[in-house]
Design a protein around this ligand. Structure first.
Ligand SMILES: Cc1cc2nc3c(=O)[nH]c(=O)nc-3n(C[C@H](O)[C@H](O)[C@H](O)COP(=O)(O)OP(=O)(O)OC[C@H]3O[C@@H](n4cnc5c(N)ncnc54)[C@H](O)[C@@H]3O)c2cc1C
Ligand SMILES: *[C@@H]1O[C@H](CO)[C@@H](O)[C@H](O)[C@H]1NC(C)=O
Ligand SMILES: *[C@@H]1O[C@H](CO)[C@@H](O)[C@H](O)[C@H]1NC(C)=O
Ligand SMILES: *[C@@H]1O[C@H](CO)[C@@H](O)[C@H](O)[C@H]1NC(C)=O
Ligand SMILES: *[C@@H]1O[C@H](CO)[C@@H](O)[C@H](O)[C@H]1NC(C)=O
Ligand SMILES: *[C@@H]1O[C@H](CO)[C@@H](O)[C@H](O)[C@H]1NC(C)=O
Ligand SMILES: *[C@@H]1O[C@H](CO)[C@@H](O)[C@H](O)[C@H]1NC(C)=O
Length: 527
């Protein structure tokens, strides 16, 4: 201890001197144009933020229609609604900008006053690192314009747009683009982490379709970024974007919709079909010249207790969707309805925006709900059938031990078509997992007021362990937007194992956000 003391003293001394120097500046320095901003004395901890003060100071700089309010306002609950109630951000004040240019003003004000800020769109961000946040929420809900360009090759989507709105608006005018698969979720939250959805077999990840991003950086400066203007930042925004900027609007590729309906076909299978199903699934995902048929947008599976089928053994629910007519889809699905006896099925043809409901991920099926969930998630290339059997057997054991969790628990298997994702150069963006095909996750709701969060969290980990063992026990991979802040989710598992990736991300972080202001959502550098 004694030997290290002098070192600490020196370091503290430097810090103290810096503060002393800064404190010696004239007291009006923070408003003097002659004193560079970096010499101004910022409080060492965030200043107490009072709604009245911020309304008075920030209010006049924002455009008409912007609002600023705190928890006492009746609109606060709506403005801070979250899908996950586990470890939510500590929002002390909400600012709703009416125009894109306001976002820059808000961030500059926060920086100047050492107030932490966090962009909020549709509140589905669920990582527990959000719980470290305490400060001002920038609520994007008024920035929801969607404008198709005159040449019909792109659309401007503002930073507060969300999936259902974008899918419907474009579809009604004859176009589609890549978004996430669920109605209630924002566009930018998924997109900045790459973004998975039903059109990725045809068009790639959401971020593969970015043409230009209008962003506000950590110091409040606003700029347009594209592949030419700033290749480094452009790279980072496609996969690790939450760590670098607030996007006020996005210019994105759009495509003629080509079809008038999507075909869906959902099956219920008993647990004893598990091996047959997963083997057929693996073959299916290689059936189109080594990949998934690109128009088979997603097949989404679940292991779930369905008491109609069995009260003690989980069953399988699997839903396929295809961008095209029933006959084409059914020809591809022959291996599933031909030889595997099912315990029920549903099928139909619907316009693209109605698929969320058909696949049971819309608002009516809980896609916008609030709740406490214990989750874990991993990426897979093929389904390891042995591991899926072990996970399934484990599901039944846990469900029997904790029936209140068993009724709410699901293993979700998201098998996207990935042809166009694979066609993009792996090194070209910060999205590190192009080789992985399936997103798999465990989720169970935890009943309010129960003491089941502990067991639910253990169940999530036990399932994760089985999956990891069946994949790559040394290098498990996680989709950034499904990461939950568990200690076993390493930065490498999320942002990539190749050493150059994290080196590059950390270098860019030091350049664009040295104070780590964008450090609450799956941070590259922990708070
Ligand atoms: C029910 C459900 C379904 C999902 N479905 C999909 C899916 O189909 N595909 C998929 O890829 N992912 C999906 N996800 C994961 C999803 O990508 C993340 O949860 C995402 O963060 C949600 O974005 P949001 O706007 O709803 O949430 P928010 O909590 O509002 O945003 C999440 C984070 O994104 C950042 N952010 C939001 N808006 C902006 C902006 N304009 N500029 C910069 N940063 C911003 C902020 O850091 C914020 O903390 C799903 C999640 C849930 C809970
Ligand atoms: C911050 O606000 C709290 C509650 O209003 C108050 O008790 C505290 O003294 C304030 N702290 C500072 C540094 O102003
Ligand atoms: C908040 O209210 C607006 C306007 O009524 C509504 O459109 C929006 O869906 C609500 N948001 C949430 C998260 O409930
Ligand atoms: C949305 O677009 C309309 C029409 O172009 C425009 O009047 C309005 O200001 C835009 N809203 C925002 C928030 O940019
Ligand atoms: C099949 O894939 C190979 C390489 O993966 C490619 O060269 C070939 O063109 C593909 N064939 C068809 C019919 O798509
Ligand atoms: C349970 O399975 C049957 C088919 O056997 C299906 O009709 C029903 O909708 C399922 N129940 C739930 C809650 O998914
Ligand atoms: C599949 O998982 C089992 C463990 O459940 C493991 O022993 C086996 O090596 C895995 N197979 C492959 C091909 O990874």
């Amino acid at each position: 201890m004694a030997t290290t003391t002098p070192f600490h003293l020196v370091r503290l001394g430097c810090l103290a001197i810096f503060l002393c120097l800064a404190a010696a500046l004239p007291s009006h320095s923070s408003s003097s144009p002659h004193v560079p901003r970096y010499f101004r004395r910022y409080p060492v901890s965030p200043r107490n933020i009072s709604v009245a003060t911020i309304q008075r100071e920030l209010g006049p700089t924002l455009s008409q229609g912007s609002t600023i309010f705190g928890p006492e306002n009746p609109g606060f609950a709506n403005a801070t609604h979250r899908f996950s109630l586990l470890s939510p951000p500590g929002v002390q004040i909400v600012v709703i900008p009416a125009h894109e240019s306001d976002v820059s003003e808000i961030v500059k004000y926060c920086v100047h006053n050492t107030i932490e800020f966090l962009a909020y769109n549709r509140g589905h961000g669920s990582t527990t690192s959000l719980g470290k946040f305490k400060g001002l929420q920038i609520n994007m809900q008024l920035l929801n314009n969607i404008t198709i360009a005159a040449d019909k090759k792109s659309a401007m989507l503002q930073g507060g747009t969300y999936n259902d709105q974008v899918m419907r608006t474009l579809w009604d005018q004859g176009y589609v683009t890549m978004t996430g698969s669920t109605d209630c979720v924002g566009v930018m939250g998924p997109a900045l982490g790459g973004g998975h959805g039903r059109y990725e077999g045809m068009y790639g990840l959401i971020s593969d379709n970015f043409l230009q991003l209008n962003v506000v950086l950590a110091d409040g400066s606003a700029m347009a970024v594209d592949a030419k203007s700033d290749p480094d930042l452009w790279w980072a925004l496609q996969g690790a974007g939450h760590n670098f900027a607030i996007v006020t609007s996005l210019k994105m590729r759009i495509f003629p919709r080509q079809v008038d309906s999507w075909h869906y076909h959902s099956y219920y299978w008993t647990g004893d079909q598990l091996e047959t199903v997963f083997k057929a699934m693996n073959a299916f995902h290689r059936s189109d010249n080594g990949t998934t048929p690109p128009r088979m947008g997603v097949n989404a599976g679940a292991v779930v207790m369905n008491s109609t089928i069995s009260a003690t053994e989980a069953s399988l629910y699997w839903s396929f969707t295809y961008a095209g007519p029933a006959a084409e889809a059914e020809a591809l699905l022959a291996p599933f309805f031909g030889s595997i006896p099912n315990a029920g099925e549903e099928s139909g043809d619907v316009p693209y925006p109605d698929l969320s409901a058909a696949q049971r991920v819309d608002a009516a099926h809980g896609g916008c709900n609030s709740g406490t969930y214990a989750t874990s998630s991993i990426l897979m290339r093929d389904y390891n059938v042995t591991a899926q059997r072990r996970a399934y057997d484990s599901f039944n054991v846990w469900a029997a031990r904790y029936p209140d969790l068993g009724r709410r628990a699901r293993y979700y298997y998201e098998g996207y078509a990935t042809k166009a994702v694979h066609e993009v150069d792996d090194a070209a963006t910060a999205y590190p997992h192009r080789d992985e095909t399936h997103i798999v996750y465990f989720s169970t709701g935890v009943p309010e007021g129960s003491d089941l969060l502990g067991p639910a969290t253990e169940w999530a980990k036990a399932t994760w362990d089985i999956w990891v063992e069946g994949e790559d026990p040394v290098r498990p991979k996680i989709y950034v937007n499904y990461a939950k802040g568990h200690s076993y989710e390493t930065t490498e598992a999320i942002y990539g194992y190749e050493p150059w990736r994290l080196e590059k991300l950390r270098r860019l972080k030091a350049k664009y956000d040295p104070q780590n202001r964008f450090g609450y959502y799956v941070p590259i550098v922990s708070k």
